[in-house]
Design a protein around this ligand. Sequence first.
Ligand SMILES: *Cc1c(COP(=O)(O)O)cnc(C)c1O
Length: 348
Amino acid sequence: MIQKIDLRSDTVTKPTPEMLQAMFEAPVGDDVYGEDPTIKALEEKTAAMFGLKAGLFCPSGTMTNQIAIKVHTAPLTEVICDITAHIHQYEGGGIAFNSAASTALVHGERGKMTPQQVEANIRPLDNIHFPETRLVALENSCNKGGGSYYTIKEIAAISEVCKRHNLALHLDGARVFNALVASGDSAKDYGLYFDTISICLSKGLGAPVGSVLLGSKEFIKKATRVRKVMGGGMRQAGYLAAAGMYALDNHVERLQEDHRRAKELEQALLQTDYVESVLPVETNIIIFKLNEKVSDVAFVQALAEQHILAASFGPQMIRFVTHLDITEEMHQRLLQVLQTLSFEKVEA
Ligand SMILES: *Cc1c(COP(=O)(O)O)cnc(C)c1O
């Protein structure tokens, strides 16, 4: 039987036998009572890693982002983010629902805002027509930007604007490890610039569940209340935290492998006659545009016939994501299929 190659997302990975063993062996307790040693260890480890003081283990990255936004803002205030941001596009309108805050949407370059764009979107405080700007949120790497990433220098420049205007800076770091591995920047330096950071263990790192919100002790204390009211207080979830611990120890360096394969896919796609353009590949995401020969729906269907799953990402747009469960053998087959696919132009 031909193995399925699933490129829809890096969330589709299954725990490895070693990860399952680590989960099986985890010491646990009731975390709502603050008694789960594995969760505590994960929160402390990740906080130290990013140069922040405390962490909060949550079921999802949507929850860590939404809790952070809720604690940073108040009703009638505003968050500045790129228009492609996950917090705006893919969290169900949660900023309005959970925080009663608005968003100032920046048209950045492949998901990335400049310090000038951020500054231009800060509302004047003395005019009651405007909401009050409270928070700036970055995403690193940028999903809809095709896996593009901010360097620490770019982050520092945006942080400088935030500090000057007394605004908090949050990072949606669902794929921050991809950004770190690709840029060579140090995680610890992030703590100098971000007030809060959300990291996901269930994307490229390959854990089945889990995100951690990082910040100051005081911030995390408030965040713990919000997590409870959102229904995110978990009990013996150390079994899940153990998967995250294992992933941090074993699945970070190997992200380079995903990035190398993504680059090779970019090159292969550029050589076909059915691809119009590919967003520059910087990490593990490949977003490309098909030309008039084939629609996104027909392309996804043609791949499915070859046991390859891909995601339509808008009209004529396709997204591939490389990850832990793609073997070298699958990768080679994929390159071959992309080379051999051919489409007749559909007559109108
Ligand atoms: C996946 C993702 C999240 C969090 O998603 P969950 O599925 O709720 O864990 C947040 N931001 C970005 C950019 C993501 O890709």
